[in-house]
Design a protein around this ligand. Structure first.
Ligand code: PMP
Length: 446
């Protein structure tokens, strides 16, 4: 008897998967395939090591194949695969919320879980609008973001986000959202390590927006303390404090999207701590589980939480939540991850490495086509000049060359290369990442 044809596509069939944020047709011509990972390295199916210069997607802060995280996930799967968090609860999600809140500054002490950074962003924006409603100020519905801001891909996130290509095919988006300018000025900030001296005044643009719309219509301002996805834009000195002052003055909530900057990337648990600015909400994801299981969430200040708790005792206070809000596997993974961060001092390690990293990366400034380099924490953005045949072409070639020829994973946005290694990176590995990047930049010089 002839066996029935297998309904399962062959592993070499690259057709069915529509890859996110990917040039699908180009990928299929020359796939960049990852089969396993350990520590600072990915490995291709053929076993070739690829240095992880990007902590996956800025998320694997503890590095790969971390035994305590693997064991926590395995043990949790044995004990409790899933439990609803709507009207029921399981112990680890409460523990995870308490551990995460304890890392946040000020009275940011309650955590609403989501499954990703995008869900976290939309959750925070909804909480902001609902909060003003609860206080009887239902006219405060406008949401203000920033050009070049990235808050994921939900409709709230792309409305407040400021990346043109992420917005332009998706209709009219949320009515009433507006944008402050980005904080980058190449002429005045070129080749800065850390926070640029120039640019605190960009925060004053919020005053103009308040004059235009009136504070009585504005619910919240949402920004990344350091824009990541649009090429690494560190905040100018004093900018975040000034933004906080303007928000406080006009009774507008300030939301920090710390999906990238959270969990040690800038040398502290959150950027809010580094900059000594307490926002009203912090969104997080990625590093909370070191990328091992999807998880995101919002940390809110006590007065916001309390405002919702004033209704009848058995009434649902917020009509919002996801099936996977606080999933048991994610909660278990986050607890194990936070233990690693604490026990290995990885946030402090990032802080200690920051000047070494900055010096090493800045050494690339004389390489061909390098227009600017920005560094902050364990992050670097390297702008390459675009080629005459189009924006993003040189960057794409660099990313391909890095993977195939140098065995290095870099992140690409246009012609900007972003480097964000796991926080376990050694000084030698920093040197290796920089030398590989140097060869890549030279290889795509023409
Ligand atoms: N906010 C920021 C600042 C991000 O960098 C990202 C992802 N890179 C997101 C939100 C969205 O997270 P996710 O992809 O998990 O939805």
């Amino acid at each position: 008897m002839t066996p029935a044809p297998s309904p399962i596509a062959s592993p070499n069939d690259l057709e069915a998967f529509w890859m996110p944020f990917t040039a699908n047709r180009a990928f299929k011509k020359r796939p960049r395939m990852i089969a396993r990972a350990d520590g600072m390295y990915y490995y291709t199916p053929e076993g070739k090591p690829i240095m992880d210069g990007t902590a996956g997607l800025w998320c694997c802060n503890a590095g790969h194949k971390r035994r305590p995280i693997i064991e926590a996930i395995q043990a949790q799967a044995e004990e409790l695969d899933f439990a609803p968090n709507f009207q029921f609860g399981h112990p680890k999600v409460f523990a995870a919320a308490a551990r995460i809140a304890a890392l946040a500054p000020g009275d940011l002490d309650h955590v609403f879980f989501a499954g990703s950074g995008s869900e976290a962003a939309d959750t925070a924006l909804k909480i902001a609008i609902a909060y003003w409603n609860v206080l009887g100020k239902g006219s405060k519905t406008r949401l203000i973001g920033r050009e070049r801001g990235y808050h994921g891909v939900g409709f709230g996130g792309i409305s407040v986000g400021g990346i043109v290509s992420n917005r332009k095919f998706f209709g009219s988006l949320l009515a009433g959202s507006d944008h402050m300018p980005a904080t980058y000025d190449r002429e005045k900030q070129r080749f800065t390590k850390g926070e640029p001296e120039y640019g605190a005044h960009f925060a004053d643009e919020l005053e103009r927006i308040v004059t235009l719309h009136d504070a009585s219509t504005i619910a919240a301002v949402m920004i990344e303390p350091m824009s990541g996805s649009t090429g690494v834009l560190p905040p100018p000195k004093g900018y975040l404090k000034r933004l906080r002052e303007i928000c406080t003055k006009h009774n507008i909530l300030l939301i920090f999207d710390e999906v990238i900057t959270g969990f040690g990337r800038l040398g502290s648990a959150f950027a809010a701590e580094r900059y000594d600015v307490v926002p009203d909400m912090i969104t997080f994801a990625k590093g909370v589980t070191s990328g091992a299981v999807p998880m995101g969430g919002v940390i809110v200040r006590k007065p916001i939480f309390d405002a919702f708790m004033n209704g009848p005792d058995n009434a649902i206070e917020l009509f919002h939540g996801y099936t996977y809000s606080g999933h048991p596997l994610a909660a278990a993974a986050s607890l194990a991850t936070l233990d690693i961060y604490r026990d290995e001092g990885l946030f402090e390690r990032a802080k200690m490495l920051e000047p070494i990293w900055a010096d090493a990366v800045m050494d690339l400034k004389e390489e061909p086509n390098v227009l600017d380099i920005r560094t902050l924490g364990l992050v670097a953005g390297i702008d390459l000049a675009s080629r005459p045949d189009g924006v993003g072409k040189r960057g794409y070639d660099a990313m391909e060359h890095a993977f195939h020829e140098e065995g290095l994973m870099v992140r690409l946005t246009g012609d900007t290369l972003a480097l964000t290694p796991p926080l376990i990176v050694t000084e030698d590995q920093i040197g290796e990442i920089v030398e590989k990047t140097r060869r890549v930049i030279r290889a795509v010089a023409n």
